[in-house]
Design a protein around this ligand. Structure first.
Ligand code: C5P
Length: 222
């Protein structure tokens, strides 16, 4: 059977990673969490005391950093230079810094190249902010996942509580709004819906329902 590539973009907390991972598993495709790649780099920058605003320093660090994503039922396990950072990249420190790291043009060029290589054999579901517009502009299926800010903050808050990460719902709402503004307002590859993307609003949909919609659209295109 022919395989296709699926691009899933959308703001923080829209359910991208759960939906993308569920759809990938049902289609027996590879799931690639591109946000985890930016988070892994951010974690490494903090770890090595590289200034988050120093584009050249971060870009040099990325060239030296081995970021590996391994599949698991809970999503990608993430390794930086062989060290597992799956939980560490979700910490509040990394979350607060990742949008600044990912706004650097040099960093984005290198990351986009890596992501295109990972998807070159097709049969991949990538989630992120610029997959349909920049990483895979020719993806056979592009989905833009959205949900209200309140619902997105509620989901992230619950995720944190479940993982034992300290969390406050009002702060989460502010954090998500700030991250949306940074991701949508940056000069390079801002978060926008690709012209040919299908919009799926997950405010009142479970992740399983959204994934089922995506699998149905994928099967129509295979
Ligand atoms: O998806 P997640 O919320 O983990 O992504 C973390 C951050 O990484 C986003 O807020 C965004 O700044 C950045 N990102 C990006 N491009 C992508 C994926 C994530 O700029 N393709």
């Amino acid at each position: 059977m022919n395989k296709i590539n699926i691009a899933i973009d959308g703001p923080a907390g829209a359910g991208k990673s759960t939906v993308a991972r569920t759809a990938a598993s049902q289609l027996q495709y590879v799931y690639i969490d591109t946000g985890a790649m930016y988070r892994a780099l951010t974690w490494n920058a903090i770890h090595h005391n590289v200034d988050i605003q120093d584009e050249e320093g971060i870009s040099v660090l990325l060239k030296k950093t081995d970021i590996e994503l391994l599949p698991s039922p809970e999503g990608n396990r993430v390794f930086v230079d062989g060290e597992e950072v799956t939980s560490a990249i979700r910490s509040n420190d990394v979350t607060a810094a990742v949008s600044d790291v990912s706004a650097h043009a040099k960093v984005r060029r290198q990351m986009v190249k890596k992501q295109q290589e990972l998807a070159q054999n097709r049969g991949a579901v990538l989630d992120g902010r610029d997959i349909g517009t920049t990483v895979l502009p020719h993806a056979e299926l592009k989905v833009f996942l959205s949900a209200s800010v309140e619902e997105r903050a509620r989901r992230r808050h619950l995720e944190n509580v479940e993982k034992g990460i300290s969390s406050d719902l009002q702060m989460m709402m502010k954090d998500i709004q700030a991250r949306d503004e940074k991701d949508a307002g940056r000069d390079i590859s801002p978060l926008v819906q690709a012209d040919d993307a299908v919009k799926v609003d997950t405010t009142d949909l479970s992740a399983e329902e959204a994934a089922a919609e995506i699998c149905e659209m994928a099967r129509e295109r295979i």
